[in-house]
Design a protein around this ligand. Structure first.
Ligand code: URP
Ligand code: ZN
Ligand code: ZN
Length: 462
């Protein structure tokens, strides 16, 4: 159709991968958008993609950049975190607004947007955290939606963030009324509190107690409960960072009974297990995240759930803290280790090596889980996550033959370790484009600094 058009840029001879197709074609870009997919396209600039996979820019819907905790702040800011993401082929992130107690949601949203503006290297959006169920907060929900924030985060744990069941029902009902999506961190608070107290009383204060303080049953119960409350209030729900077989099975059951329910897992729950907490010299602290790393059987089940569609997306829950000076400050009490691990940069490549190369998921499923399903679920599709005329030209040239050994030095995250240290990957992004501009080429950031745009998202009919 546009075969005769002289495009701004043509990506020539690549293997284009979408959720349903793998085709050899050229891709023409005009004014930052995908204009044409076809053969023999003409362009002012030509980029050869021979031997490369050409895929939509990956979308990470779960990151915590410069996130304050009671004692510190996550170590990647909007600049460093999004640059690292771009190196790994991620071109859109969704982070969180966490209003302070009694702070207006809209005021908190404006503050958080101001932090990102002019600093984010890639496009971004935000989820609104709802940690209070008072009248003022509930009344602001439709106004938040009008600002282009269509997903609302709730917690069943963490003092200051968690809602009790009645507050939860109120919040879910209100989000449902206005057509929003709920996303939930689901662990049973009473179990976590009881197990933690027992461990501390017994003097078991090291990082190896962390997984024991948050057992699989705590996730299983809370995921079931959140799905039930969402069913009652008729609200679409996504359970974030599903870490257990039990959690994934619960999401699968809800979907089979017709509920609009989704599950997200993360590379750490697919690839790492709770033996990491026994690393010497307090090294287990590097892996303290909530929910904790689980058993190899959970890893295997989550791969299967991802392949078969019981779990739809893979986010990172990127929440980095330096080992030296942040994670290791309070060696005498595992509950005081800042919770969270880095992962924003390597997700796409990890999923390729250990998913596609290992025969656990197909190429199409890889693109779906990391790019297209996040866009669809979070109201960004087809602008993002798609190789379609009219979509933003957010693209990755991914070399399936490139070998890389992951180390903290190789990565661009602002943190002194990676939980994936030493892993050998086959397949890595070699070029990342954001809206038609090359951001990263062969490991070098060459794009315009701070060009990321805030993305207004819409609600959708499920
Ligand atoms: O331990 C974690 N995951 N920290 C980040 C906040 C959260 O719970 O997702
Ligand atoms: Zn969480
Ligand atoms: Zn998180």
């Amino acid at each position: 159709m546009n075969g005769g058009m002289l495009h701004d840029l043509v990506i020539r001879d690549g293997t284009l991968v979408t959720v349903s197709e793998i085709i050899q074609a050229d891709l023409g870009i005009q004014n930052g958008k995908i204009a044409t997919i076809g053969q023999g396209l003409k362009g002012k600039d030509i980029l050869s993609a021979r031997g490369m996979l050409v895929v939509p820019g990956a979308i990470d819907t779960h990151v915590h950049l410069e996130m304050p905790t009671p004692a510190t702040v996550s170590s990647d800011d909007w600049r460093s975190g999004t640059m690292a993401a771009a190196h790994g082929g991620t071109t859109t992130v969704i982070d969180f607004v966490e209003p302070e107690a009694r702070q207006s949601l809209l005021a908190a949203l404006q503050q958080r947007k101001a932090q990102a503006e002019g600093r984010a290297a890639i496009d971004y959006s935000l989820h609104m955290t709802l940690s209070q169920a008072d009248e003022e907060t509930l009344a602001e929900i439709p106004k938040v939606l009008q600002e282009g924030i269509s997903s609302f985060k709730v917690y069943t744990v963490y003092e200051g963030l968690r809602l009790d069941d009645h507050g939860m029902v109120q919040v879910l009902a209100e989000v449902s009324r206005y057509g929003g999506l709920v996303i939930a961190h689901a662990e049973n608070e009473a179990i976590v509190r009881h197990a933690t107290q027992a461990l501390l009383r017994a003097g078991k204060t090291g990082p190896e107690s962390h997984p024991l303080s948050r057992p699989a049953v705590a996730e299983g119960e809370a995921v079931e409960r959140m799905l039930s409350l969402a069913e009652y209030t008729h609200v679409p729900i996504l359970i974030v960072h599903v870490s257990t077989q039990r959690g994934a099975e619960a999401v699968g059951r809800a979907r089979r009974r017709g509920q609009t329910a989704f599950g997200e897992t993360c590379p750490q729950y697919l690839l790492l297990d709770d033996t990491a907490y026994s690393q010497p010299d307090f090294g287990g602290a590097k892996f303290v995240c909530s929910p904790p790393l689980r058993k190899p059987e959970d890893n295997q089940f989550l791969w299967k759930a991802l392949a078969e569609g019981e779990v739809q997306t893979v986010g990172t829950d990127h929440c980095p803290f330096f080992f030296v000076g942040q994670k290791d400050l309070e060696r005498g009490d595992f509950t005081r280790i800042p919770s969270g691990i880095p992962g924003i940069e390597a997700r796409f490549a990890l999923l390729y090596t250990f998913g596609v190369q290992a025969g656990r998921i197909s190429l199409n499923r890889w693109v779906e889980a990391c790019c297209t399903a996040p866009a669809r679920i979070f109201g960004l599709y087809p602008r993002k996550g798609a190789l379609l005329p009219g979509a933003d030209a957010d693209l990755v040239l991914f070399d399936p033959k490139r070998t890389v050994t992951l180390t903290a030095d190789f990565l661009h995250e602002n943190v002194d370790y990676t939980p994936y240290e030493g892993l050998k990957l086959q397949g890595y992004p070699v070029l990342t484009l954001l809206r038609g501009e090359v951001l990263v080429r062969e490991g070098e950031f060459i794009g315009t600094q701070g060009r990321g745009q805030f993305l207004k998202r819409t609600t959708k009919k499920w």
